[in-house]
Ligand binder design. Structure first.
Ligand SMILES: Cc1cc2nc3c(=O)[nH]c(=O)nc-3n(C[C@H](O)[C@H](O)[C@H](O)COP(=O)(O)OP(=O)(O)OC[C@H]3O[C@@H](n4cnc5c(N)ncnc54)[C@H](O)[C@@H]3O)c2cc1C
Length: 70
């Protein structure tokens, strides 16, 4: 597990899963600067994965890897 910051002892909201829905929700809740939000994510960060950074590499996520964009 990678912890990017010390885990706070208390939070107003605890969101389990830092995927698409969880991070959209966390972002909306964080509009209130007085709100403490804790996101618990079990997976590793893939933000530096070149397949994520390069949109043209999306076919590498498919099973065959040989799909053509329409
Ligand atoms: C190969 C692929 C390509 C896709 N391409 C597109 C696209 O181009 N456009 C599009 O709109 N959609 C695309 N999708 C679909 C899109 O990724 C999903 O619909 C969307 O991510 C679902 O969001 P979610 O928040 O429900 O789940 P997820 O984004 O999967 O988030 C769930 C998170 O919860 C975490 N988690 C699970 N269990 C626990 C636990 N016990 N504790 C802590 N964390 C936990 C997981 O690690 C994960 O990060 C694609 C999906 C795949 C697989």
């Amino acid at each position: 597990m990678t912890t990017t910051r010390p885990v706070p002892k208390a939070a107003d909201y605890v969101i389990v899963g830092g995927g698409t829905a969880g991070l959209v929700l966390a972002n909306r809740l964080s509009e209130d600067p007085d709100t403490q939000i804790l996101v618990l994510e079990s997976g590793k960060s893939i933000t530096q994965d070149p397949r994520v950074q390069d949109p043209s590499a999306w076919t590498s996520f498919t099973r065959s890897g040989d799909c053509m964009a329409a």
